[in-house]
Write a protein of this length. Structure first.
Lengths: 603, 394
């Protein structure tokens, strides 16, 4: 089969969260007849349970569609779905590298949001042509003209011929399909050159081994092609190549320059496949690998421990499997006195952390205890050494520290004007430095702040949402490190330091954080046989204290005529609760207490 | 000797539901009660012929408010029971009674029918508290009925009382305590109020933060006052919430703690027979319909009883411990051994050791008996939860 390159379009859809990206993808798939609407489960591309429930896309997914255009020609569309959230810029970046163009979906009522801009800049970085689409035009509050002008003014791309659609109700989807042919460029690349294919994703299948997703830039790959991964040097013989149907893999003869598909080669070792690596022909290799992706480093670290210590090897296996197609996930073993054996894991952001945690719990059936997240601090020691600190427990003694640095981000917050006050107040509380404000239009403004990353990793999103009644949107990028007055806050339970509860905090906020932390722990730790002091300390200095009183009464007085079921249930529940406790010294601490530092904002 | 059985009869009707109560009961109407009693009589006859091998050693008529029954109905009920079952001559027969539903005539009829023990729900000697609780009687009405009960020949009377009521002070509570002690009942059940979900009290008093409920320390003072005053007056505590003069412990309730066989008849009533637990349906319509069909066979287990559960050995041991420890005399090592063929220490050794170390459980000098200490009773749930065996938690 010979496919004419000019009939291929490789594109992705980018949008702010909830602007309708996945719904549009579904409509395109449905319109092109790949699936009838009866067969369609809502949002075909979001096939992780977690994605459907949260209504977000976490992992990139791809699908091939045949479109018969009005000019009578048949086209092959490769649609690559991308995540919308800032935490997953890395994933977006990977998907974009496999595309030649991007459809930009903007909500006709909301207009441009913080993540719209972030995604557009990312697409422009990858030299993609951008095709705007105005969605949700059937909403009563839709103002397509306003949004079109906004796109032209703010982003600076032509938008007056943007299709006005409703993905939800299937309005004007044909216009989108026709415009794809015109506005998204066909791939280039010599099919006769030696093979160069970019790996943009991979999944593990227990029968086939690693299934590698890639975009062929030059040359071709078929069953039997001897291949080499250029970065890892691993060599294989291709067993199967194919493309993506809706939710299934469809084998084919070969994939040539410009095409998107998958391959298998009995790859058992997860480490042999690196996302961003280049596949070439091992017999006839190309001279240079493709430029890799922007390498993204984790920004947030936390400890993850199996609730049941015996599940430690299971946790390692699960993390390795997840890392296979999420190169940004990092982990290394660590030991906590309170929590036993676990891993210190690095994530792109808090949402990324939550997602990984949930995937571990759901897909791998693990019960986890997670410690408070921490950013990476740079500790300059008096002897001239610089330590990169990801675990607060490893902070050297204060006498050995010259000074410390913490990461800062430049943040853009888009907000309707009525909430500017509360949002500025929030940024102030979080040690934000005001950089400026731009009005997008009369009622909306873009606030620019510089914020320490450690102030936004806990509950900044929640605070932002609650103080703007959900109207603010937020994006940030890492700016660099700045010197800062930081200290480690330790928590002592019954006069014993609990290492898993320590965290690094700005000295000016230490007292308040310590006090809140003690209050929170007092709520979380159930009464025990004896009184338990809970103290917050900096070094040897106690800065806050609460007391969990001794248990005085815990008795079920009544026992109804012969019905013991209630009593049994109560005792079983109590027993179950005891099982979920961690023994620290002679105090039992519930697992969720270790995460209580996350919820200290009481506004 | 024939096997013994405790019998419980449930009468699920009340004039008005008390504000703290989450028991199974319905508003009293003449017609519903009539059809209920018709069904109950059929059930009694069917069950009696099915459980023919037992002698009834204790009988408890509870509710609801069984004292709402007319004197005639009460007589008919007792007669039905006596003609259907083999009742032991000297057995304890208790009627649970609300003072607001009694009269001299009814008490005389009850006594004459064979009922030999009364359990009176008083709860408080202060009318303002009675009103708050949603009780239908005053303290004065109670006093009168108590006197009538003595006159009618009841020489074994229990009084139910409650502490930790909303707004109650320690001296308020002492007033109730003294008022009851003056009457010298044979038995006192002293409960501290629990706010149950699904009751008006639950909506009215937030358990976590309510300012209306007595503070924890006040509640503890009431509790210790109860213990102190009652023992001073010759009542011994034989179970977590139950006090009696010697020889007047409730035999029927002891059966529950000691896991003797018992059979519950009437709506929602629970049974334990030969280590199988089961209960009558809780839905009134279903219950009436079942017994309205002609010729119900006594073997109803499969399509009638609910929550039918043949207890595993582990579940039996758990029950043995958490029910047995409710009695102040505790559990006996020998008896555990002879019941289960394995020593209590080989099952619960670690747990027992731990709680002895923490002074929550003590053992007698000869090490035969294990029982909760006063502190262990205070926090008995904490202690007893440890006797739930690993793996049996659903």
């Amino acid at each position: 089969m010979n496919i004419d390159q000019s009939k291929i379009r490789n594109f992705c859809i980018i949008a702010h969260i909830d602007h309708g990206k996945s719904t549009l993808a579904d409509r395109i798939i449905e319109k092109t007849g790949l699936l009838t609407s009866r067969e369609m489960q809502a949002q075909v591309l979001d096939n992780m349970d977690l994605e459907r429930e949260r209504g977000i896309t976490i992992k990139a997914q791809a699908v091939r569609i045949i479109y018969k255009a009005e000019n009578g020609e048949e086209y092959i569309f490769n649609l690559i779905d991308t995540p919308g959230h800032v935490d997953f810029n890395y994933e977006v970046s990977r998907s974009l590298a496999a595309c030649d163009g991007a459809i930009l979906v903007v909500d006709a009522a909301q207009g441009i949001e913080a993540q719209t801009l972030a995604n557009v800049y990312l697409a422009l970085d990858h030299d993609l042509d951008i095709m705007p689409v105005i969605n949700k035009i059937d909403l009563p509050s839709a103002q397509p003209e306003r949004v079109i002008n906004e796109i032209e003014d703010v982003i600076g791309i032509e938008a007056h011929d943007a299709p006005l659609i409703s993905a939800k109700n299937g309005i004007n989807i044909e216009a989108v399909l026709e415009q794809i042919i015109v506005k998204i460029p066909a791939p280039k690349g010599d099919p006769m050159a030696s093979l160069r294919a970019l790996i943009f994703d991979a999944v593990y299948d227990s029968y086939k081994g690693v299934i590698v997703f890639f975009r062929v830039k030059e040359g071709k790959i078929a069953k039997g092609t001897p291949i080499k991964m250029m970065a890892t040097g691993a060599e294989f013989t291709t067993l199967e190549v194919g493309y993506f149907g809706a939710g299934q893999f469809i084998p084919c003869e070969e994939l040539s320059a410009g095409m998107v598909g998958y391959m298998t080669a009995s790859i058992k070792n997860l480490k042999d496949t690196l996302i961003g690596d280049t596949i070439t022909n091992s017999v006839n290799p190309c001279s240079e690998p493709l430029p890799g992706y922007k390498k993204v480093n984790p920004m947030v670290y936390c400890g993850m421990y199996p609730a049941d210590g015996a599940k430690y090897p299971d946790l390692r296996d699960a993390l390795e499997k997840l890392k296979l197609n999420d190169a940004s996930l990092q982990f290394e073993p660590e030991t906590s006195i309170a929590l036993g054996f676990g891993y210190r894991c690095g994530f792109l952001g808090l949402l990324h952390m939550e997602i990984i945690q949930e995937r571990l719990e759901r897909e791998y059936n693990l019960d986890l205890v997670t410690t408070a997240p921490s950013v990476i601090y740079k500790v300059h020691k008096t002897n001239g050494d610089v330590i990169t600190l990801t675990n607060p427990s490893n902070l050297p003694d204060s006498s050995e520290i010259e000074y410390m640095e913490e990461p800062v981000v430049s943040a853009e917050i888009m907000v309707t004007t009525e909430f500017i006050g509360p949002i500025m107040e929030l940024c102030q509380e979080r040690r934000g430095i005001y950089l400026g404000m731009e009005y997008m239009e009369e009622t909306r403004a873009l606030l620019k702040y510089e914020l320490p990353l450690n102030e936004i990793i806990y509950d900044f999103f929640d605070a932002l949402k609650s103080r703007s009644r959900g109207y603010a949107s937020f994006d940030y990028e890492i700016k660099g490190y700045q010197r800062s007055d930081l200290c480690r806050l330790d928590i002592l339970v019954n006069r014993e330091e609990v290492d898993a509860l320590s965290f690094i905090v700005f000295s000016g906020s230490a007292y308040e954080r310590g006090r809140k932390m003690c209050e929170k722990l007092k709520e979380e730790i159930p009464r025990q046989l004896f009184e338990i002091p809970i103290q917050a300390a900096i070094g040897s200095k106690i800065i806050a204290r609460e007391t969990v009183k001794a248990m005085r009464k815990d008795v079920l007085a009544k026992c109804y005529g012969g019905d013991i079921s209630r009593k049994r249930k109560l005792l079983e529940k109590q027993k179950e609760g005891k099982k979920r406790m961690r023994q620290v010294g002679n105090v039992e601490i519930p697992q969720k207490a270790f995460m209580s530092v996350l919820k200290l904002d009481d506004k | 000797m024939r096997k013994q059985l405790g019998l419980y009869i449930h009468f699920p009707f009340c004039i008005q539901k008390c504000h703290y109560c989450d028991f199974l009961s319905f508003p009293y109407t003449k017609n519903t009660v009539k059809s209920y009693l018709d069904s109950l009589f059929k059930e009694i006859r069917a069950a009696a012929s099915y459980h023919d091998e037992f002698d009834i050693s204790t009988l408890f008529i509870g509710g609801g408010t069984p004292s709402l029954m007319e004197a005639d109905d009460l007589l008919r009920l007792m007669e039905a029971l006596q003609t259907s079952f083999h009742m032991e001559k000297t057995g304890e027969i208790t009627l649970e009674a609300n003072p607001g539903t009694l009269s001299m005539a009814k008490l005389k009829a009850a006594r004459k029918s064979g009922i030999n023990r009364l359990s009176l729900g008083l709860q408080s000697c202060r009318n303002v508290e009675l009103k708050l609780l949603g009780r239908i009687h005053t303290y004065e009405q109670f006093l009168k009925q108590f006197e009538y009960a003595r006159l009618a020949g009841f020489d074994n009377i229990n009084i139910d009382m409650m502490s930790a009521l909303p707004g109650q002070t320690l001296s308020d509570y002492e007033e109730t305590l003294d008022g009851i002690l003056d009457l010298e009942p044979e038995h006192i059940s002293a409960y501290s109020l629990t706010i149950e979900e699904g009751t008006p009290f639950f909506d009215r008093y937030n358990v976590e933060s309510s300012q209306d409920l007595p503070s924890e320390s006040c509640e503890r003072q009431m509790y210790h006052l109860t213990n102190h005053k009652l023992s001073e007056k010759g009542y011994h505590r034989y179970e977590i919430s139950n006090y009696a003069k010697t020889g007047f412990e409730s035999n029927h309730n002891m059966g529950y703690w000691m896991r003797k066989n018992y059979l519950g008849l009437g709506l929602g009533a629970h049974s334990l027979i030969d280590n199988t637990r089961f209960s009558v349906p809780r839905e009134l319509g279903l219950y009436l319909k079942f017994w309205n069909q002609p010729k119900q066979i006594p073997n109803m287990a499969k399509h009638y009883y609910e929550n039918l559960e043949a207890l595993t050995l582990a579940a039996q041991m758990e029950e043995y411990m958490f029910l047995g420890f409710r009695l102040t005399r505790g559990i006996e090592r020998n008896k555990f051994l002879s019941t289960f063929g394995i020593s209590v220490d080989s099952v619960y050794g670690e747990v027992i050791k731990k709680h002895i170390k923490d002074k929550l459980i003590e053992e007698t000098k000869d090490k035969q008996r294990l029982y909760l200490t006063a502190r262990g009773i205070d926090i008995s749930n904490y202690v007893l939860a440890d006797f739930i065996l690993e793996g049996s938690v659903n």
